[in-house]
Every structure is written in C-alpha cells, then in structure tokens.
Design a binder for this molecule. Sequence first.
Ligand code: PGA
Length: 255
Amino acid sequence: MEIFVVPDAAATGTVAAGLIAAVIRSKPDAVLGVATGGSPLPVYAALSSHGLEMSRVRAYALDEYVGLPTGHPESYGEVVRREVTERLGLDPVNVRVPAGSAADPHQAAADYDAAIRDAGGIDLQLLGIGHNGHIAFNEPGSALDSRTRVETLAARTREANARYFDSPADVPTRCITQGLGTIMEARHLLLVASGRDKAEILAAALNGPVTADCPASVLQRHPHVTVVADQAAAARLEPGNNPVQVRVVDASVGV
Ligand code: PGA
C-alpha cells in the first residue's frame, strides 16, 4: 500500500487526479469507478484541468439511494452527471449508476454487479471513507466478500448526508451499493481522505485489524491500493506504516 500525505484537501485532488490521468493516458477507454460525497470533489476539479480526451472513458458509480425519484438533484445519478460526466466531459452513454428507482432494486443491484464484470472490471476505483469506516455504502457488519446489493443506511451515514437534503428525515433509508467483494475486484483502489474528522477511522482502517466492523480495513488485503490523505486525516496513522511525505510543488503537474 502506498500512502501519500499532502498538505490539504486541494492537494489530495491534485495528487489523485495525476494518478487517474496516467491511467486514462495509457488506456483511453479505461473503466473508472467513481465516488460521490465531499472527498472526491477536489479530485474531479483537478482532473478536469488535465484536458484529457475522455470520450471513451467508462465510469461506474459506487452506489445510489433507493427511493429517490429519477432526476432528484441529490440522487447519485444526478450528482455523478453534474460532478463527473459533465465536468470531465464523459459521454453519458458510458456512465452508469445503480438504478435506485427501479421497481425491483434487488434485481437492479445484481444487474449492476454483472455489468461491471461484463465491462471487463474496473481499472481504477476512487473511494472515500465514511466516519464509521464504510466504503461505498458498505456499513459496519458488511461481509468482506459482499456483492452489489440493497442495504440499509446506518444512522451515522444518514446524519452525515443530511447536509445535502432540506431535512434529515428526507435522507433515504436504503441504497444500492457495490459490495466489498465487488470493490476488491477493481485492479487499483485509490482512497482519498481529508480533514481531522477522518483521522481516527483512517488509522483504524489502515493500521487496525481487518474486520467487518471497519469495512475499509478490507483494503489491507488488496494488492494495489493508493491512499492520498491530507495531513489532518493522516494525523493518527502509525509511523510504522511509513507514510510517504509528498510536497506538491506544482499543482498543475502533481506527483
Ligand atoms: P465524504 O463521504 O467524502 O463526504 O466525507 C465519504 C463517504 O461517506 O464515503
């Protein structure tokens, strides 16, 4: 596992975007796994400034709420359309998000898992980490080999995501999420984390035991993981883990 510690959230975006850009340059039809939430936003901002040819890049989102109508501004379908497809210039036909408004979300989840496999698997999966250690919406207790499925959101997750809705009660209670087993099949996992509020959980995930109590800890079992954390989020990482200190000198170049 490679860990880059950078000064701030903007620099996590610069460094992570540099890694993603290298993948796209070497494989113009790369399959990206894209994430929502706050952590990936600096990554998309930095990636958009690379001026890459993105029309053949394919993208699969990690998760989606169940129960929001199609087109709801906080559905991940819409967030991905705004923050990823439009911002980066992807062709909308190449971008998929789980069908959270499907009549049968369980079938939609299984179909999504199969679609990722049929696409040849994900080359690079971008990830954030929740305060409870979730990745995608795999909440504590998720099986480490779980597949894409319908899940119930943890209270902590609904609280964290209430900032995007008019009222906490408006946050959906269920979701479709890629499973931990699904995520682990991606060829490269790129976790971004920023802020002091992520320090404890990031240390638990990277330095603690591999356990379903902290779903992100499963990353320790993946052969190709890159973590890009700002100094605040990296504050509790154990020195024995040898985080690589990176000084981003030119924000347009990255590392
Ligand atoms: P955040 O969410 O980036 O908005 O903190 C991360 C997550 O819940 O996966």
